[in-house]
Write a protein that binds this ligand. Structure first.
Ligand code: MN
Length: 235
């Protein structure tokens, strides 16, 4: 049996359809998991029931997390927020952390994971962090544009086996205060947090780049998905 990996999909209000990134589904499928999509419906009972059927949770990329969830007013231009996705993903993330169920956060997902764990994020890197690199690349999505330094003796280092890598980057926000109990597992050269992990849970990892766009060209990044799915298969 493939482990069930839950991925929340967003309501496109104009098209009256639910939408989610195919690249995440493809990556989970290729890694041996069963991608299970959940409509973002903000109902605690339904989300909790869904969670009991999961072996792992993938938090994908998407719009900005509403700053109310980390105690701030909106200060800068941001992408359209998605209240239902915020609700469902933050709840799923907290359930995963409480129950030690594997969770992988990507881009918005590392930010949601950090907020769910009690940390916060920069609402806008350009406005709030002096000397920040260009993290919103205009190159093709699979193409790496900046370096990251992976901290030794982290789970991320054990998975990838490299201390320095080039990654793609399309985010205007980033982790600021790392959630209690989490640690930084990779930094960009400007000090921006590019990965976090929980050292005492089975698998709670967030990455700020987009491995789902890179693994077909750079197979090393598939290891993130296979490690996640393999751990989920022990759930
Ligand atoms: Mn970046």
């Amino acid at each position: 049996m493939r482990p069930s990996i839950g991925i929340v999909v967003s309501l496109d209000k104009e098209r009256k359809s639910y939408v989610g990134g195919r690249a995440y589904v493809d990556a989970i499928q290729a890694a041996g998991g069963l991608p299970v999509l959940l409509a973002a419906i903000d109902d605690e009972t339904m989300v909790s029931q869904f969670f009991t059927q999961l072996d792992g949770v993938l938090l994908p990329g998407g719009p900005d997390v509403d700053p109310v969830h980390f105690g701030e007013e909106p200060m800068y231009n941001y992408t359209a927020i998605d209240p239902e996705r915020d609700y469902v993903e933050l709840l799923l993330a907290r359930l995963a952390l409480q129950n030690n169920i594997p969770i992988l956060g990507i881009c918005r997902g590392i930010q949601a994971l950090n907020v769910a764990g009690g940390g916060d994020i920069y609402q806008d890197l350009t406005a709030q962090k002096k000397g920040a690199l260009i993290h919103a690349q205009k190159a093709p999505r699979w193409y790496p544009t900046h370096w990251i330094n992976i901290q030794p003796e982290t789970m991320l280092f054990k998975i990838l086996g490299e201390s320095r890598l080039r990654v793609n980057s399309y985010h205007h926000q980033a982790v600021r205060s790392v959630a209690p109990d989490f640690r930084v597992s990779a930094l960009a050269s400007d000090g921006v947090v590019e990965a976090i992990e929980h050292p005492s849970l089975r698998f709670a990892l967030g990455v700020q780049w987009h491995p789902e766009q890179m693994w077909k060209k750079y197979p090393l990044f598939k290891l993130l998905f296979t490690s996640f799915v393999n751990e989920a298969s022990n759930s």
